[in-house]
Design a protein around this ligand. Sequence first.
Ligand SMILES: Nc1nc2c(ncn2[C@@H]2O[C@H](COP(=O)(O)OP(=O)(O)O)[C@@H](O)[C@H]2O)c(=O)[nH]1
Ligand SMILES: [Mg+2]
Length: 649
Amino acid sequence: MPETRNVRGPRSVALVGPYSSGKSCLFEAMLEAAGAPVKRPADPRNRPATTEIRVGHCSYLGDEWSVLDCPGSIEFAFEATAALTMADIAVVVCEPNPAKAAAVAPLMKYLGDEGIPYLVFINKIDTLDGGLAETISALQAHAGAPLVLRQMPIVENNAVAGYVDLMSERAYQYRKGQPSELIQIPASMLEEEQAARGRLLETLADHDDALLEKLLEDIKPTPEEIYTDMHKDLVSGAVIEVLLGCAESAGGVRRLWKTLRHDAPEAAETAQVRKSVDADGPALAQVFKTAYVGHTGKLSYARIWSGTITDGMTLNGTRLGGINRFVNGELTKVPEAKAGDIVALGRLETVPTGATLSANGNAEALPFPEASPPVYSLAIATTDRKDDVKLSAALHKLAEEDPSLFITQDVETILHGQGEMHLQATVAHLAKAYALKVSTHKPSVAYKETIKKAVHEHGRLKRQTGGHGQFADVKIDVAPRQRGEGFQFIDKIVGGAVPRNFIPAVGEAAEEATQKGAFGYPVVDVSVTLVDGGFHSVDSSDMAFRTATQMAMKEALAKADPVLLEPIDHVTISVPNEYTARAQRLLTGRRGQILGFAEREGWSGWDDVEALVPEAEMHDLIIELRSQTMGLGTFRKRFDHLAETKLAP
Ligand SMILES: Nc1nc2c(ncn2[C@@H]2O[C@H](COP(=O)(O)OP(=O)(O)O)[C@@H](O)[C@H]2O)c(=O)[nH]1
Ligand SMILES: [Mg+2]
């Protein structure tokens, strides 16, 4: 049996993996197995998708843990990424179904790239149909290191009844909601068990010459040797340990706990290796989530990397108002928290998500993940205009809580996020937490217009109203410019046909007139040249020249062959290459002009497809892309140019 390591400080494990693989179920089973109180949903088979990190504190065999249940949906990936940044180890929860293996690819790549130790928990083992080999090899195709299957399922009457642990060579029978029972390895499995154990040892021997020598000389390694190798290789990312279980009936959950207990790095190790922080140093913490909770106010979820944080101390210039632990979904106040802990800190009003906290506020900022650029947008408006100020304040807080939400405020207020579900959850939260009635709609496209032909126009204002009249006369040439050149005003007056002091008013009025062209959209890329005009020594004024110019511009813009311009985006879709052709069809179906495709840099088996796509076709692109690529396709876009269009908006 492995010796108990002397663990310093509480550790943290993040449960991640594709949507519906059973993370939330496993979270509850783990807390329950650790004897912590757990709130289960009324109907566990119909639980709503997790959209926010859930934290649970517990202690297992004397070690303290924070378990982080992360959302699986790509639309809430930022929450999961933030949690992973804080965790000592990740458990990638997936299903024994090779067809679903690709869904784990981006996550495994992220974990590998970031050097976050992880193991794989193949959940729903009760649904195993046939062998595990296909699932393992499908997962292996996306993993950056060899997967080592540590357990073999024991199948009885076509159902998984338990497992053989290939490291201890012991067999266990699952007992619903109870610790598994030690049994004999079924005789029929012995041969297969030996072969599987051989594969496990060979993989470990790839990183341990002493073990390799023993294997070659047919000497049985000691259990301690194997456990030490597994721990070392898992922490360094050299191998990925694979466990099995059934979260629903708590099968394999204690085995998972014991593995975590043995193999997860200590908080101090994580601090040192991944954060370059000395765990014995002064108080240092990092905020990974911000939430505004009813009357409690602002809560900053933070992990403490070194030292001790006590209630009431000053962090980054703000006085701490409460340290809370997460017990059974409720907050419990504690006087202090020490290195390794994950707690919710109260009332750090000026502290944003991602901030590094220290007593003097001068600590070097620890890295924090950046949110993916938004892929879906919705315009939002209050149903009652007098709520506008309230909406704006609420949105500000929402954006602070959720760094993957972006807000722009121009003609419309637009929410930009990670998908339809993400923005729906945002709007639902807005309605609930801020009692705001809002409606959402598709954002309008920023059409522009321009002209195709140069025209000459004459504008003349002559008005006699009683004594003092108004007079101005302008002759302008209005001509198209190259796309992107913008507006230009040229003054060609010679001999004082229009006095100097009125000319700026003509220029300003000409530019103002481009705000609304023949189709009602802003006019871009035109030049206006003042060539001639006339004035009256008493009746002329800035005002009169403005009006005359406006009249001339209106006529000119209508006569100069106006055309509508639509914004075109440069779009790069990333997909596993089996979907490349589909992505291209999807783009051409949206009036996209394909520029080409190439291997996605750093992503084996993925392609980037580039195209120019009208913005008017972009609104629900992500929805269709995800539905056609098992949720894996993503894109990024940037404005490219304005193009003439005949489509009426
Ligand atoms: N058959 C089976 N179903 C499971 C198991 N674990 C979870 N589920 C079911 O899978 C669905 C999704 O579970 P959930 O924990 O919400 O998944 P999450 O999205 O990964 O958090 C629920 O209907 C669960 O009841 C398991 O071990 N076996
Ligand atoms: Mg969940």
